[in-house]
Design a protein around this ligand. Structure first.
Ligand code: ATP
Ligand code: MG
Length: 556
């Protein structure tokens, strides 16, 4: 992951640890998702950091599901997370679950009770919050803090045996109610939840809190570098305290700034709302910032990894422009995607001097950016073509390098045509454009001596395939919907999806399959959507060819 910028601070720390012989030079990281939603582009940053560092230093990475909140977690999410990490191109050394450690974590809790470092508190959640104090004002000790070790052991065992209702009792660490770090003011270790767990079923009715599960899981797995995002920095003293009191493997936590992307939201809780309230069609709606949505939209794993790399690893929070993500996919597809012709808003062009009923096959290069130009294909050409409606103007100004009466353009891979005339219907809509072609101007063997400034794309009417094309825009109208006033859903862009039902695409696309991507010349990069059926080709626009968004903004 090091770039010309030099090693990032995590690379420096690990290199130094190895140089000092720490853990005998062993490097083991982990990626610890909670299976309560689909992975998003922010997670891909964390995945790239954890797996990337391990790769770089001959280490390994565990995938650990942090499944300690049973009511929000589901197997569907576990499966999607595994699929997404593999798709991004990473392999984990072990697949673990925090829930695998529930027995051990329970024993850790018993040890702390025996050492006088944990107690059962009967206070309600409200009472505990009220006694917590504020960052500038010390908290108050719970009246239950002085319980005897024997009583604590008995009550904790009975909590486990389902003798109490939710909220009736919790287990807390006995640390320091006056600590300036709120997380050290007797933090909760266990709470009662009579909830079915996606893996442990009904075995448990008490579940450890994040802070009493995460570091313990790291230590059990002997993770050497536990890398997380900055919001966990304030948890670190507690992470270290538990490990020290329990005398466990000394895993260490390191924090970096989370990835924020503009014009989107990235918390699973918010993404779940968008799905449940049907603002989008699902977790993989191509407008979502999830990995599954980006995949469906036509993003490649290479583009996402390259994006994560370009963003870099920092200690300061910042907002990344979604334009950078778009740059990365354009850069990748420019090399990989065949150029094809598709007319999104068709109007008929008739070549009056081309023999009716005649069809010729023209050779067209697939990709000038690929090796050997990606080979070539044949395009049928005749006297009736589809072209884009906006490639013709009734009263074209001189600098309009497309079609208007008296103007000439080259039809890509075919001939130069000159417009003579056009037809309108009763409502005044232009229905047909009439041109003459220059027979000597055939691409590849042009002897016409004519030069034209514009080249436009086209599709032969007789073999054209009707396709549905979905164009996407930002899902939100504002850069940072989460920081705006009120509900973030107020800022949803009502025009984020534009569906074209009757686009005309060239016949070579007939056999296109899900997972393939193309450049529609002059229109952007597109991929086949999973909604495609035998009778309905559906394309998603992955990204435009240029940054159309900023241009649009300037116009307003
Ligand atoms: P969310 O806020 O989206 O619900 P989370 O942090 O609760 O995310 P987890 O499943 O707990 O999600 O995260 C797994 C790992 O991914 C954690 O180490 C977390 O720090 C990291 N992560 C989550 N969001 C981002 C982000 N935007 N940028 C970088 N890393 C992230
Ligand atoms: Mg979380």
């Amino acid at each position: 992951m090091s770039t010309e910028k030099g090693p990032n601070f995590l690379e420096e720390i690990i290199a130094e640890d190895i140089a000092n012989g720490k853990n005998n030079g062993r490097v083991l990281t982990r990626f610890p998702p909670e299976p309560n939603g689909y992975l998003h582009i922010g997670h891909s940053k964390s995945i790239a950091v954890n797996f990337g560092l391990a790769d770089q230093f001959n280490g390994k990475t565990n995938l650990r599901f942090d499944d300690t909140n049973p009511e929000k977690e589901e197997t569907e999410y576990v499966e999607s997370i595994k699929k997404d990490i593999r798709w991004l191109g990473y392999n984990w050394a072990n697949e673990f679950y925090a829930s695998d450690y529930f027995d051990k974590i329970y024993e850790f809790a018993v040890t702390l009770i025996k050492n006088g470092l944990a107690y059962v508190d009967d206070s309600s959640a409200e009472q505990i919050a009220a006694m917590k104090g504020t960052p500038t004002e010390a908290g108050k000790e719970s009246p239950f803090r002085k319980r005897s070790m024997e009583e604590n052991l008995d009550l904790f065992a009975r909590m486990r045996n389902a003798e109490f209702k939710e909220g009736e009792k919790v287990l807390r660490a006995k640390i320091d109610m006056t600590s300036p770090n709120m997380h050290l003011r007797d933090p909760l270790m266990y709470r009662i939840k009579h909830v079915h767990h996606h893996r442990t079923g009904d075995k448990w009715c008490i579940y450890p809190m994040y802070d009493f599960a995460h570091g313990q899981s790291d230590a059990i797995e002997e993770i050497t570098h536990s890398i997380c995002t900055l919001e966990f920095e304030v948890h670190k003293p507690l992470y270290d305290w538990f490990i020290k009191q329990l005398n466990l493997f000394p895993s260490h936590q390191y924090e970096f700034a989370r990835l924020n992307l503009n014009y989107t939201v990235m918390s699973k809780r918010k993404l779940l709302q968008l799905v449940n309230e049907k603002h989008v069609t699902g977790w993989d709606d191509p407008r979502m910032p999830t990995i599954s949505a980006l995949r469906r939209r036509g993003y490649t794993p290479e583009s996402i990894r390259n994006f994560a790399d370009k963003v870099g690893v920092a200690r300061r929070e910042n907002m990344i422009d979604v334009g950078l993500l778009e740059f990365c996919i354009r850069e990748d597809l420019n090399k990989k995607a065949n150029r094809v012709m598709a007319v999104l808003d068709p109007i008929k062009l008739i070549i009056t001097n081309y023999p009716a009923g005649q069809t010729e096959l023209l050779a067209a290069e697939n990709n000038p950016e690929a090796e050997n130009h990606g080979g070539s294909r044949e395009l049928p050409f005749s006297n009736e073509l589809w072209i884009e409606r906006d490639d013709f103007m009734e009263n074209a100004p001189k600098k309009f390098f497309r079609l208007g009466v008296g103007l000439s353009v080259r039809l890509k891979s075919a001939y130069i045509v000159t417009c003579d005339d056009f037809k309108k219907d009763a409502e005044g809509n232009i229905t047909e454009i009439h041109c003459r072609y220059i027979p000597e101007s055939k691409s590849g063997s042009d002897t016409s001596g004519m030069t034209v400034k514009g080249t436009i794309h086209w599709v032969n009417v007789a073999q054209a395939i009707t396709a549905e094309v979905r164009l996407y825009d930002r899902l939100f109208k504002v850069e940072d919907p989460s920081s705006e006033e009120g509900d973030f859903k107020k800022y949803i862009n009502p025009d984020s999806l534009h569906i074209i039902k009757n686009a005309m695409v060239e016949p070579s696309l007939k056999e296109a399959k899900e997972g393939q991507f193309f450049q529609f010349m002059r229109k952007g990069y597109f991929c086949i959507d999973k909604d495609t059926t035998e009778n309905n080709l559906v394309f998603n626009r992955t990204v435009t060819l240029k940054d159309a968004w900023s241009k649009e903004q300037k116009k307003d």
